[in-house]
Write a protein that binds this ligand. Structure first.
Ligand SMILES: [Zn+2]
Length: 398
């Protein structure tokens, strides 16, 4: 029997999920165009930015010397003036309302190659901006350029063929929700390296970078903390529940009595620790709660009641699958791994929820060279790349 694992969780869920979750906000069905602009990016890339009031659903086509962006269920906006960069490939922009579909037509100085996935982003609203579909492209090259060149000179047949070639949307059909938890914070610094580097600062920096990159990759990402604040472990898990997260990632850095010990390690929840070291680590991480003044046991109690053993099994299985993929991604980028199994298990309080997830110890602050690495922006970027890759490769729906 193959059912959606999330679906399975919902079916057998007890009332507790409804109690803990805020009602979902329904988006207006109809989208509208807010602004159009072009710019030039490094590498001779022309950028077209289409701002809309709601998340855009779109397809791309490439008639001769044009780029046509078809936005479904979107209304034209004749009251706006497109802001065109003087350089770049776009000569002019036009709007054409075609039933429910709005076509934004970019008239180009030359043909372009079909835009790669890496050249397409959907940005979330921020500040004064609404949703933005961002398309980066260059003058045609390779096979696609050859066909574009043909199209400029040749038959209607070629043009028709090009016009009916839709691009795949860059984002997953469903927007998966990721909650990223930067461990510790506020009065709890976590572990501290010999050079004074604090775990709470390193993991917050990585968490923020991770959110930016995940959002740019079409995920909806929330941070449990975006500043230097103290949160109880169960509060962090509760945020994952409230946001109806599909995946929960808790970020930490490690310390070991042996200053020689190096490398990342990945953990999932289990009431029984896989080894003595994992057990000690969970005790150390769970001790963060002892720093708090008042208890926060109610949520934990509720979750324990709500989770039947079958649900625990399903969550554990999904977490395990994610964690294994994550270890692979880290190794693929040659990030040093702590000796031992790819994935370990221990009773981490922060992972106690109905949301699959893992706790990542990104490296050892107790090791001098790794402390330096963990502080460096370039290594943090590398860690972020590995985590993003692991999330993109994770099969959310099976
Ligand atoms: Zn920690």
């Amino acid at each position: 029997m193959k059912i959606s694992r999330r679906g399975f969780l919902k079916v057998s869920g007890i009332g507790i999920l409804a109690v803990l979750s805020a009602p979902r906000v329904a988006f207006a069905a109809r989208n509208s165009l807010r602004s159009l602009r072009t710019g030039v990016q490094p590498g001779n890339k022309t950028r077209l930015v289409i701002e809309t009031s709601a998340r855009p659903t779109y397809s791309l086509s490439y008639p001769a010397n044009q780029l046509v962006v078809s936005l479904s269920n979107t209304a034209a906006n004749t009251g706006i003036t497109a802001n065109l960069a003087s350089s770049g490939l776009v000569k002019s922009l036009a709007q054409a309302q075609n039933g429910d579909t709005l076509q934004v037509i970019a008239n180009l100085k030359s043909g372009i190659a079909p835009i790669q996935k890496s050249g397409i982003m959907i940005l979330e609203p921020n500040g004064d901006n609404d949703y933005r579909l961002v398309l980066d492209f260059v003058a045609g090259s390779g096979a696609a350029a050859a066909s574009s060149a043909t199209a400029t000179t040749a038959t209607a047949k070629t043009e028709t063929k090009q016009a009916t070639q839709p691009a795949k949307p860059a984002t997953p059909a469903k927007k998966y929700i990721i909650v990223v938890d930067a461990g510790h914070g506020g009065k709890d610094p976590g572990c501290i390296g010999k050079g004074g580097t604090r775990e709470k600062d390193v993991v917050l920096s990585v968490a923020k970078k991770l959110k930016t990159k995940l959002d740019a990759n079409g995920f909806k990402t929330y941070l449990t903390r975006s500043g230097d604040t103290y949160l109880k472990l169960a509060q962090r898990a509760e945020i994952a529940e409230q946001k109806k997260a599909d995946l929960f990632i808790s970020l930490h850095a490690n310390a070991n009595p042996s200053r020689k010990m190096k490398g990342f390690s990945i953990y999932t929840l289990s009431e029984k620790a896989s080894d003595e070291e994992a057990k000690k680590l969970a005790e150390a991480e769970n001790a963060a709660d002892k720093i708090g003044v008042e208890g926060f046991t109610e949520f934990e109690e509720n979750i324990r009641i709500a989770l039947s053993s079958l649900q625990q099994h399903a969550v554990a299985e999904m977490s395990e699958e994610y964690a294994n993929g994550c270890a692979k991604s880290f190794k693929k980028l040659s990030i040093e791994q702590q000796p031992g199994p790819d994935v370990r298990h221990a009773p981490f309080a922060v992972l106690r929820s109905t949301v699959p997830g893992a706790l990542l110890e990104l490296g050892h602050l107790s090791n001098a060279s790794e402390e330096k690495l963990l502080k460096s922006s370039s290594h943090q970027d590398k860690l972020v790349n590995a985590i993003v890759k692991s999330i993109k490769n994770y099969n959310f729906d099976v």
